[in-house]
Structures are given as C-alpha cells and as structure tokens.
Write a protein that binds this ligand. Structure first.
Ligand code: BGC
Length: 442
C-alpha cells in the first residue's frame, strides 16, 4: 500500500463510528434530553414551540417566510385540509450575492438592514388591501414564550449580523414591515425549520413525530408526550446541533478552533453541509502538508476556509468515471488545482465518503436516543421527516441513516420510517399560522 493509502486508512478508522459508539451516543443523547427538559445543565436547549401535531384539517391562505441563513424565501401557500396544499407564488433572494455587492449576514450588517431586506422580499408577493397572515420559519436557536414571540439566543451557521442576538424577532419583523408600508402583512407564528418539517409531514402522515434538518445546518425536533410545562404533548426544538458527547478527531478540533464560535454546535460541526466540506478540506490540507498528495504545488488553493461545501461532497461521491475525470475538472476549474493524480482524486472521494458516512451515522444515533425516550418498547410506529440537501442529494446518505436504524432496532425497526419532506419550512409555517389564527378565534 502507498504511504497515502496507509495514512488514509488510519484517518478513515478515526472517522468510523462503531455499533457500540452508536449505542453510547444514543444513551448520552437521551440523558441530555431529560436533563434539558427538567432544567438541569444540558447541551440540548429543548425549546418549546407551543405547537402540537396538526389535525390535518387546517385550511386557508397564508404567507410563509423562510429565513434559514443562505436565502430568504417567501411563499404564498393555500392549505386545503386532508394533507392537500398548493403554493400559489414564490419569491426570495440569497442573503448575500456572489460578488458581495450586498451581504446581510456579515458583522457589518445590522438587524434593521437585514429585516428591511426580508420585508422587501415579502413585498414582491403582496397586493394592497388584502390581509396576509404570515408564519415565519426562523431557523436558529430561539427562546419562545408563545407561538408568536421568540428571542434569538445566538446565531449559528457563522452568521454575524449585529443587533439580532437577544432581540425579539417578531418585533424586528413587524417594525420592518411597517417601514415598507406592509401593515396588511400580519405575523402570527414563529417556528424553527425542524418544527416546520415535522408539521408539514404530519399534515399528511399521522405517524410523523420527529422532524430533522440535514442540510447547511443540523437540528431535530420531536413531539414530547409529557412536557414539564404543560399536560398536552408539545413539539420541542432540541437544537441538537449543540450536542457534544461525541468522539472528536484531531480534524474536528482543528475545525472547531478555527470556527466563529469554538466549543458551540459540536454535533453540527461534524454532520452538517456547512461544515463537512470544511472537514474534507482540512484533511486534504494535512495530506498536502505531509507531502502525500501529488498536486502539492497547488496547496494554496485549498487554504481558503469553506471553499468546499456540501454540494462538492456530492460531486466527489458521484464520480464513478474510471479516472475520476469529473473530480479532475472540478479541481482544475473551480479550485485551480492542476497536476492531480488518479490516486489524489480517489483519495478525495474516500475522504468525502468517510466524512459523510460518519455524519449520517451520528444523526441516526441521535434519532435512536429520541425514539427510545418517546417509546422505549417501540410499541408505536414513528416516522422521521427529514429535509435538507445532505439527506436529499448526498449519495448513500439516506441509506446509511436507514441502515444504521435498522441494524440497531432489529425486528422492531419496521416501526420506524424516514421520509424526505421537501419545503417543510414553507408548508410548516403555513400550518403553524392556520393553528395560530384558529386559536385566536377560539
Ligand atoms: C440552527 C437550528 C436549525 C438548523 C437547521 C442550526 O444551525 O441552530 O435552529 O434548525 O441549523 O437549519
């Protein structure tokens, strides 16, 4: 075996999560859920959503605002009940453009600028004289005291806009709507994207009681059967990306130290699309430094943080050509790395493979912890609704989650399904708004 392959073999073993580790992580995760629920110190925030599962009968036309970190999206959605809905119109824009003519997520941008930009996107779908109830999917750790009030605890996904942490998000949105003369747009609900995903899937599939995002960020919400604050079941946003009882490698440490908030979001930094490309880059850089990759004249190209993202991981994994020619042209065109050998390219694909497999297995381990908490004997059917580019597009990702669940659950694995729930943020926000409007009338 070449030096490169020997080294890779060693790194791959550090990224392997054994069945024993899966069980350990699931147990620790469940313990952290209980601690968080009962107010003891925990990395899981266990934030109340003030929502339970939808009845499936919610109807009406609503605006859904989806703000998750990369884009702002606005959807005019009509719910018909019985799991039926349609999206009448869509709008939105990236929060920063490639040429950086604007960037609303950097530390130079203010809350006012960001929310004015959001309100301008809403304006593109709104006609004067019509009242639009609006549901806001705000995909960050938000402390809610009701269905329509939430304070941002802290940013994640390396966003730095000033004046938003610690502020009431619904108030920021309402003020911006007024500044844009949009008093006919009425915010009625604020939800996390994991909650939206759960709601959207449960609208059509009553067995859904877990909602998860495996995309740019990572997080999971579930239906808590007996929350300490109320007698009714409630969907809880766990902010599970912050879980940290995990087997970190040297490369995870390097990534964390160089990140915006070292020590925070440790699970997210091992699993989500925003970070797994970065992990591949860090590993590849270390191989360059050890002189193990042939194209080492071009190491410079790989020194820029976050030059690789989740989509690039898919590109590496998808290349089945004999010479890995798609990877070659990606290296040459996008990263200006020339002179790579077939072994270099095969190595990059291997790195992408063990990094993404670890991501899927860690996520599955947390699902096992949640299911065990909700239903220790696995007496009921549970559907886990998942949205996000990693789950949808990364080759082998969904299969690895399902296989890990099946291996651990044995015969009872039949009772657990996963399903892709696209646009959970949009449809979920509409469902939450329908529930809020009905509650107001009662
Ligand atoms: C946020 C969560 C969100 C997840 C997926 C994380 O960075 O903290 O609130 O649900 O990303 O978008």
């Amino acid at each position: 075996m070449s030096n490169l392959l020997t080294r890779l073999h060693l790194i791959a073993s550090q990224f392997t999560i054994s069945p024993d580790q899966i069980r350990q992580i699931a147990n620790d995760f469940e313990r952290s859920m209980l601690a968080g629920l009962h107010g003891s110190p925990s990395t899981l925030k266990m934030l109340p959503s003030y929502l339970s599962k939808p009845s499936g009968k919610e109807v009406g036309t609503f605006l859904a605002l989806d703000f998750g970190g990369t884009n702002v999206r606005v959807l005019l959605t009509e719910l018909f009940g019985q799991g039926q809905f349609t999206v009448h119109a869509r709008g939105g824009k990236p929060l920063k453009d490639r040429a950086e003519t604007y960037n609303h997520i950097s530390g130079k941008s203010t809350a006012e600028q960001l929310f004015d930009f959001i309100a301008q996107q809403i304006a593109t779908l709104v006609k004067p004289g019509i009242i639009y109830p609006l549901g806001h999917t705000f995909s960050f750790p938000t402390d809610q005291t009701g269905l329509n009030t939430g304070t941002l605890i802290h940013w994640t996904k390396e966003i730095e806009t000033t004046g938003v942490e610690g502020a009431n998000i619904t108030a920021l949105l309402k003020d911006a709507l007024l500044r844009q003369n949009l008093s006919n747009v009425v915010p009625e609900a604020i939800i996390n994207d994991t909650v939206g995903t759960l709601l959207a899937a449960a609208y059509t599939n009553q067995f859904t009681d877990i909602g998860s995002i495996c995309g740019t960020g990572h997080n999971t919400a579930y239906l808590e059967p007996s929350p300490p604050w109320t007698k009714e079941p409630m969907i809880i946003n766990m902010e599970s990306g912050n879980f940290d009882q995990l087997p970190f490698t040297h490369y995870d440490m390097l990534l964390d130290t160089g990140s915006e908030k070292p020590g925070a979001q440790r699970l997210e930094k091992m699993v989500s699309g925003h970070y797994i490309g970065e992990l591949v880059r860090i590993i590849a850089c270390s191989l360059f430094d050890e002189g193990l990759l042939a194209a080492n004249s071009s190491r410079e190209a790989l020194t820029a943080p976050h030059i690789l993202n989740g989509a690039h991981i898919s590109l590496l994994l998808e290349d089945e050509t004999p010479e890995y020619s798609n990877i070659k042209s990606f290296l040459e065109k996008s990263l200006k790395i020339v002179g790579s050998t077939k072994e270099d390219r095969e190595s990059l694909k291997k790195i992408a493979s063990f990094v993404s497999t670890r991501s899927a297995r860690l996520v599955a381990a947390t699902f096992l912890g949640i299911i065990h908490h909700m239903d220790p004997n696995l007496a009921e059917h549970h559907n886990i609704a998942i949205d996000g580019s990693l789950y949808e597009k990364t080759p082998g990702y969904a299969e690895t989650i399902n296989l890990t669940l099946a291996q651990e659950l044995g015969n009872k694995g039949m009772n657990v399904t996963t399903s892709l729930t696209k646009d959970g943020s949009g449809i979920g926000a509409a469902i939450a708004t329908a529930i809020a409007v009905t509650m107001k009338k009662e």
